[in-house]
Design a protein around this ligand. Structure first.
Ligand code: HEM
Ligand code: NAG
Ligand code: NAG
Ligand code: NAG
Length: 502
C-alpha cells in the first residue's frame, strides 16, 4: 500500500475514534453541560440560539460552565467569574485565544514579526491620547463621507447596507490618521481598508469536521495556503507598497535633508518612520510598516462601523429620544459655530449616555476568547481548568445583569448612565469608561486602547447625522440587531433619511 493510503486510513480510523469518544474532563472542572448527540455536542444549539442557550446553561449549572463545541471543550464565565479572566492577563492569553477564531496573527506573521504589546501602546499613546490633534481632520473627513454617501435627501430616501456604508465613511478618517493626508487620498486604498478584514474569511473554508478529529488539524489545513505562499492579504500589501512607497521615500528624504529641523507629521506612518532605525526602503521595511499599520486597520474599521450602525438603528427606532438628543446637538452646534473641538464632543452628555446604552444593548452574547497558558487555574469558585483551555466570556450575562442595572436591565434607558444629585450636580459614566458592568471594550490590561478615539469618532458622526437628517426605520418600529453565532450585527433592513431643512 502506498504511504498516502496508509496515512488516509490512519486519519480515518482516528477520526472515527475521536468522533464517538466523549470529551474527558478532570474531577474538579466546571460542570460540562450534558448533551444528547455525541458528535455534535452543543454545536447546534450554540450556533442557533446562542443567547438563550447560554442563559439556560447558566441558570441550570451556575458559572463557570463548559460546553462541547466543534470537538472542543470550552469554558464560559458569567458575571462573577469574568473579572478573574480579564484581570489575570498573564495567564489568560487574549491573542492566542483570538487567533484560533480569526487567524490574523498567523497571516501577519508571514510578513514579519508582530508585537501586540507594542501595538496596544502605540494606539494608546499615538491615537487615543492625541484626539485633540485629530478632531478637525476627523470632522472634515466625516462630513465629506456623509455628503458623498447620504447626500442631500431633500426627498426621503431609503438606505440599505448601513454597515457597509459606514465602513466606507469611517475608512477615510481612519486612513487619514493612520497613513496621513497624502496616502488617504487614494480611493483604492480606502476600498482596501474596508475589505481587507473580510479577506481573512477565505482562510476559513476548511470544513469544521476537522475540528472533531483534532483542533490542531483544523488549524494546520486552515493555514496551509500561507505555507505555500498564498496569502489572502498580499493583494492589499502590494497596493499599499505601490501607492505609499513613493510618499514614504519622500518623507525619509526630507527627514535626512532637514535633520533636526524636520517637523514630524501627525499620523502613525510618520511615527513608525521615526521609530525605525533603518532608512533603506526595501521589502523588509515595507512589510514591517504594512503589518504595523494594518493591524490598526483590522482593529478599528469593522468594530467602529458595526457599533455606529447599531447605534443608528437604536436611535431611528425610538422617536421618544429624538427631541432631547437633537436639542443638545443643536446647542453645541450653535456654540461651536459648527467646528467641533474635543471639548465640544465631551459636552455631548445625552449623546454619550445614549451611545453607552446602545453599546450595552448590543453586547455580543459571548466573546473575548482567552487561552489558559499556565498549568491550571482555579476559579475563586473552586473549579479548576487545565492548561490550553479556551475560556469565553458570556458577555450578555454582565451587560443585562440586575446586579448592575436593576429590574429595568432589559429596557433601553440612556438616562440610567446619569446620576443627578440634590444640589443639582449631574454625573454620568462616560461611554469609553470600562468597569465590571461594562465590557464592550473588554477589560483589564488588554482593554481596547482605541476606545477613546472610537467614541469621539462615533459621537461626531452621529452629531452630524442627527443635525442634518430625520432618520427613521422603514416600518417605524425598532429594528433589533441580528445575532450571528457569537456576535451582534446591525439589522439588514433599510433606514429612511430625510433632510431636516426642507
Ligand atoms: C466601537 C469600536 C471598538 C470596539 C467595540 C472595540 C472593542 C475591542 C475589544 C473588545 C478588544 C479586546 C479587549 C480585551 O481583550 O479585553 C479590543 C482590543 C483592541 N482594540 Fe478595539 N474596539 C473598537 C475600536 C478600536 C479602534 C478605533 C482602535 C484603534 C484605533 C482599536 C484598537 C484596538 C487594539 C490595538 C486592541 C488590542 C489591545 C491589546 O492587545 O492589548 N479598537 N477592542
Ligand atoms: C514588545 O514591545 C514591548 C513594549 O514596547 C517591549 O517591552 C517588548 O520587549 C517587546 N517584545 C518583543 C518580543 O520584542
Ligand atoms: C441656535 O441658533 C439658531 C439660529 O441662530 C436659533 O434659532 C436656535 O434657537 C439656537 N438653538 C439653541 C439650542 O441654542
Ligand atoms: C463567584 C462564583 O463564581 N460563584 C458561583 C459558584 O458556583 C455556583 C454553583 O456552580 C454558582 O451558582 C455561583 O454563581
Amino acid at each position: 500500500m502506498a504511504y498516502v493510503e496508509i496515512v488516509c486510513l490512519l486519519i480515518f480510523v482516528s477520526s472515527i475514534f475521536n468522533l464517538i469518544k466523549r470529551p474527558r474532563i478532570g474531577a474538579n472542572e466546571p460542570p460540562l453541560v450534558p448533551y444528547r448527540f455525541p458528535i455534535i455536542g452543543h454545536s447546534y444549539s450554540f450556533s442557533h440560539d446562542t443567547g438563550n442557550f447560554l442563559k439556560k446553561c447558566k441558570e441550570k449549572y451556575g458559572e463557570p460552565f463548559s460546553l462541547y463545541i466543534f470537538g472542543n471543550v470550552r469554558t464560559f464565565t458569567g458575571v462573577d467569574s469574568t473579572p478573574e479572566v480579564l484581570r489575570n492577563s498573564e495567564i489568560f492569553d487574549f491573542h492566542m485565544g483570538t487567533n484560533k477564531v480569526f487567524p490574523i496573527g498567523d497571516v501577519l506573521r508571514s510578513f514579519t514579526e508582530i508585537n501586540t504589546t507594542y501595538m496596544a501602546r502605540v494606539v494608546h499613546e499615538q491615537v487615543s491620547s492625541k484626539i485633540n490633534i485629530y478632531t478637525s481632520r476627523l470632522q472634515k473627513e466625516l462630513l465629506f463621507g456623509i455628503d458623498k454617501f447620504f447626500g442631500d435627501c431633500k426627498e426621503p430616501k431609503v438606505f440599505r447596507d448601513i454597515q457597509g456604508t459606514f465602513s466606507r465613511i469611517i475608512a477615510k478618517p481612519v486612513a487619514n490618521v493612520i497613513l496621513g493626508e497624502e496616502c488617504a487620498q487614494f480611493e483604492d486604498i480606502i476600498t482596501s481598508f474596508t475589505v481587507v478584514e473580510n479577506e481573512l474569511q477565505k482562510l476559513r473554508f476548511v470544513p469544521k469536521i476537522l475540528f472533531f478529529i483534532h483542533p490542531s488539524l483544523h488549524r494546520f489545513f486552515a493555514t496551509l495556503p500561507l505555507k505555500f505562499g498564498w496569502n489572502p492579504i498580499s493583494r492589499h500589501r502590494d497596493l499599499f507598497v505601490q501607492r505609499c512607497k513613493p510618499i514614504i521615500e519622500e518623507r525619509i528624504r526630507q527627514r535626512k535633508e532637514l535633520g533636526e529641523e524636520y517637523i514630524q507629521k501627525e499620523d502613525l506612518l510618520d511615527f513608525f518612520i521615526s521609530e525605525s532605525e533603518k532608512d533603506v526602503v526595501d521589502n523588509e521595511y515595507m512589510n514591517k510598516l504594512f503589518v504595523n499599520l494594518y493591524q490598526i486597520v483590522f482593529a478599528s474599521i469593522s468594530t467602529t462601523s458595526r457599533f455606529i450602525s447599531l447605534a443608528l438603528f437604536d436611535y431611528s427606532g425610538r422617536p421618544e429620544l429624538w427631541n432631547e438628543i437633537y436639542e443638545e446637538q443643536l446647542k453645541i452646534h450653535n456654540e461651536s459655530n459648527g467646528i467641533l473641538s474635543t471639548e465640544d464632543v465631551n459636552k455631548m452628555v445625552k449623546l454619550d449616555c445614549f451611545l453607552k446604552e446602545s453599546f450595552r444593548y448590543s453586547t455580543d452574547p459571548a466573546g473575548l476568547p482567552h487561552t489558559l497558558v499556565s498549568d491550571s487555574y482555579t476559579f475563586s469558585n473552586g473549579t479548576t481548568i487545565p492548561k490550553g483551555r479556551d475560556v469565553y466570556v458570556y458577555m450578555k450575562d454582565t451587560a443585562f445583569n440586575n446586579i448592575f442595572f436593576g429590574e429595568t436591565s432589559n429596557d433601553f434607558q440612556p438616562n440610567r448612565h446619569i446620576t443627578s444629585y440634590r444640589d443639582g450636580k449631574i454625573i454620568h459614566t462616560p461611554a469609553a469608561r470600562i468597569d465590571r458592568s461594562f465590557i464592550t471594550f473588554g477589560g483589564g490590561k488588554h482593554a481596547c486602547p482605541g476606545r477613546f478615539f472610537a467614541v469621539v469618532e462615533i459621537k461626531m458622526c452621529l452629531h452630524k447625522l442627527i443635525l442634518r437628517y430625520k432618520i427613521r426605520t422603514e416600518n417605524g418600529k425598532i429594528e433589533p440587531p441580528r445575532v450571528l453565532s457569537l456576535a451582534t450585527f446591525p439589522s439588514i433592513s433599510g433606514l429612511i433619511f430625510e433632510n431636516r431643512n426642507y
